[in-house]
Each structure stands twice: as C-alpha cells, then as structure tokens.
Design a protein around this ligand. Structure first.
Ligand code: C6P
Length: 413
C-alpha cells in the first residue's frame, strides 16, 4: 500500500474538481486515469465560463458597446496569459485554434503550401499522433514533398543517431512530439531543435501532452512552432493554440478566409489583418478562451514544477507496482524520462476487455491505438490499455489500478 509523501496538497486540489466526487455506480467512486485523452475541469474554469455567459457575453473585435468591449478584453487577456505561460516574447505570437490538430494543420496549410517546393524534406518520427502525421501526408501528396521518420528504439526513445543522419539531408522542417501520448517518452526538445536549426530546418513541436504537464518555455527550447489544446490542461474543449515566431506568422498567408481576418475587402480582393488576427477567421471560441485563461491561472497557482514532480512520483510508483502483475507488459522508458502515462498489454486478454473490467471498478482508462497506429504497428500491436495521471491523482488510485489488474488476471486464468 502507498506510503509515499505528497509534493502537492492533492486532497485540496481534488476538492476543486466536482466530477472527482462522482460515484460511477452506487458505492463505486470514479478513479479517473484518462487525462491524456482529456483532463477534468476545476470549478475555477467552470465558473469563469458561467460568469462570462451570465455577465459579459458578446461578440469580440466588433461592437463599441460595453459588453463587446468586456468580451474583447477577456479574450485578449487570455492570449496574454497563454503567451506568458509558455514564455512567448509577444502575445501576437499566439493564434487561437480549435485544438492541437487545427494548429498543426494551420502550419501545414499556411506555411507548408507557401514555403515548400517539390523534393523538399520534412522529418517526423515514428511516435507521432495522427495529428502530426496526416497533415504532412496530405501536403506531401499535394506538393511532392518527401517525409522521413526518426525510428523509435525498443526502449521507447527516439533514435537520435538516425535523426542526425536525416538532418544531413537538409530538411526544411522537423516536426515531433514533446511527450508521447502512448509511451510517455519526453523527447529532448532543446537538443533536437538546436541540431535542426544548425541543419537549416524549422522546428514544430506537438505540445499536446507537454504543455499541460511540464514547464514549457518556447524561447529556452528554441522551437519555431508549438501546438497545444486547452482541454488537456484543465480547460474547455473547442480551443487550442499555435505559438509561432512573429516573423514566421508575418510571412505566412492566411489559412481560413472570412470575417475578422481582414482589414479591407473589395469584390475581388482583400487585405489581410495583422497577426494574429489574420489566422482567426470568424467568431472564435470566446467563452472557451475565458475558460483557458482560468485553467492557466489554476496551473500557475499550483506550479508547473510541482505538478511535474507529483506526476513523476506517481509514474515511478505505478511502474514499480504494475511490474507485480503477472503477464503484464509495459511499454516505454524508465520513469526519469517519461511523463505520467503508461501503456500496457496483458497476455491473453484484449486491451478493450481490460479497460471494460477496470470500468466495473470505477477506473477510467483508455484502450485502443490512441491515434498512434504507426507506433503500435512498430510495437507489433494493434492496441494497448493506457493509464495516465494528472495533478489530482493519488498513490492510492495507483494501488486500486494494480489490485483491479490482479483481479482481471485472475478472471482470465
Ligand atoms: N491525444 C489521446 O487520448 P486534439 O485532439 O487536437 O486536442 O489533440 C491531438 C493530439 C495531438 N498530439 C498528441 C501527442 C496527442 O496526444 C493528441 C491527443 C488524445 O491520446 C486524444 S486522441
């Protein structure tokens, strides 16, 4: 049984998340181990969005009335907060999108289509989520661009020697995930970005799993583009962000056309708006931006360093305890090089059956390919079961997971 000491006041944190008080069935309390798919929301976020709709709801950047001005100020305050959170130089380097997926597509469409030529090379990795594969595949087919992939080693790391060889071919862009949503691997972004820049490539980092869990500083890491989603960092669904260096955004043509992204429209032509508005066509997710602002404020108050340390403790404990379950194979690196994510398979039991039996115990985990089919193919699997942790998870919940897995094992023996 867990005797570990807590870095965070988890009991107090848990009280902020109404859903965590829920019983899945009478007497069976929810154990939420699926934050990698989407995180739960604290009252601060729910109430900020509720307050916005009750008190300030209006469209932004349009009306001169009080509500319009308030809504605009709230939306732009969210942009400022997000910029500070990831240490961007300026708020205008933050473009609000729907999610990580749309942020990456924005770069593929606006930057890729205007800057890349036939035969150019983009380097990706075998551990990418489909969001950081398919947009580049579409672009590659359309513009006759080459894609190469950094392999994943047996131990779940990127093969950095092959990465250096690929850089010798002078790629135009290197795009990779900061943290794998399957293996939990935390990739050495700063070192990889430095090498990519030396080879003349730009660097796009998929921060969907890192921005919610680690202190991410775009300047220290030296990345050119960073994509992430609010819903994985305690915020609402429907909003995400693209960070891009100011000069790159200036150089890129618009992505979607419509209202708000223009300065002037004639019948046959238009003048685009300044950045970042040039990339935000139509009425954006205003209430969601307000929710995102509240989420970032919450994370900052708890402290990203403390969150990271808490999750490192949980994952180290989980890896140690999961090793006691007979027939369980765990994928990915040792605790020091991974975030709070663990994917596993149980010999002779389908990953979906494992997840369904865990659900009977109130334990929410994900089963499937986790939108990383090529990585699963590399592992020789079609699916895994995955547990993931966040600031509100406890060592006791790890114990409950392990006990439940012992029960699953017993059922199938
Ligand atoms: N991964 C998971 O369960 P969106 O859907 O756009 O908010 O995020 C996409 C995405 C991109 N990159 C990584 C590394 C991700 O993990 C995700 C989302 C979820 O693993 C849902 S598939």
């Amino acid at each position: 049984m867990a005797t570990e000491t807590y870095i965070l006041d988890v009991a107090r944190i848990r009280a902020d998340f109404p859903i965590l008080q829920r019983e899945i069935r009478p007497g069976v309390r929810l154990i939420y181990l699926d934050s990698t798919a989407t995180a739960q929301k604290p009252l601060a976020v729910i109430e900020a969005m509720d307050r916005y709709y009750r008190w300030s709801n209006a469209n932004i950047h349009r009306g001169v009335h009080t509500l319009g001005e308030e809504a605009t100020a709230l939306y732009e305050a969210a942009r400022q907060r997000v910029a500070r959170f990831i240490r961007a130089r300026k708020a205008r380097e933050i473009v609000f999108t729907r999610n990580t997926t749309e942020a990456i597509n924005l770069v593929a469409y606006a930057w890729g289509r205007s800057q890349l030529r036939t035969g150019d090379l983009i380097v990706l990795t075998e551990m990418e989520h489909h969001s950081n594969l398919v947009p580049w595949q579409i672009l590659a087919a359309e513009k006759n661009i080459r894609l190469e992939f950094v392999p994943v080693t047996e131990a779940g790391y990127l093969d950095l020697e092959t990465y250096e060889h690929l850089l010798d071919q002078s790629p135009r862009l290197v795009a990779f995930t900061h943290m794998s949503n399957v293996l939990g691997t935390i990739n050495p972004v700063r070192e990889m970005a430095e090498k990519a820049h030396r080879a003349g490539a730009l660097v796009l980092v998929d921060g969907a799993q890192s921005v919610p869990h680690l202190r991410v500083d775009v300047q220290a890491l030296g990345v050119d583009f960073l994509a992430f989603s609010a819903h994985k960092m305690l915020g609402p669904t429907g909003i995400g962000a693209l960070y891009a260096r100011e000069d790159l955004l200036e150089q890129m043509p618009p992505f979607l056309g419509g209202g708000d992204m223009i300065k002037k429209v004639m019948l046959r032509t238009f003048t685009p708006n300044d950045i970042p508005y040039k990339f935000e066509a139509g009425t954006p997710a205003i209430a969601e931006a307000v929710g995102l602002e509240a989420a970032v404020a919450y994370l900052e108050e708890v402290g990203m360093e403390a969150i990271e340390a808490h999750e490192r403790g949980l994952i180290a404990y989980a890896l140690e305890r999961l090793a006691t379950v007979p027939g369980l194979k765990i994928y990915g690196p040792v605790a020091d090089h991974r975030g709070g994510v663990v994917s596993f398979s149980m010999e002779g039991v389908h990953p979906h059956d494992v997840a369904q039996l865990l659900d009977r115990e109130g334990i929410a985990v994900r089963a499937g390919h986790h939108c990383a089919m090529p990585l699963h193919e590399k592992l020789g699997l079609t699916a895994t079961t995955r547990a993931s942790f966040y600031l509100y998870n406890t060592y006791e919940e790890v114990d409950r997971l392990v006990e439940a897995l012992h029960k699953v094992r017993a059922i199938f023996e």
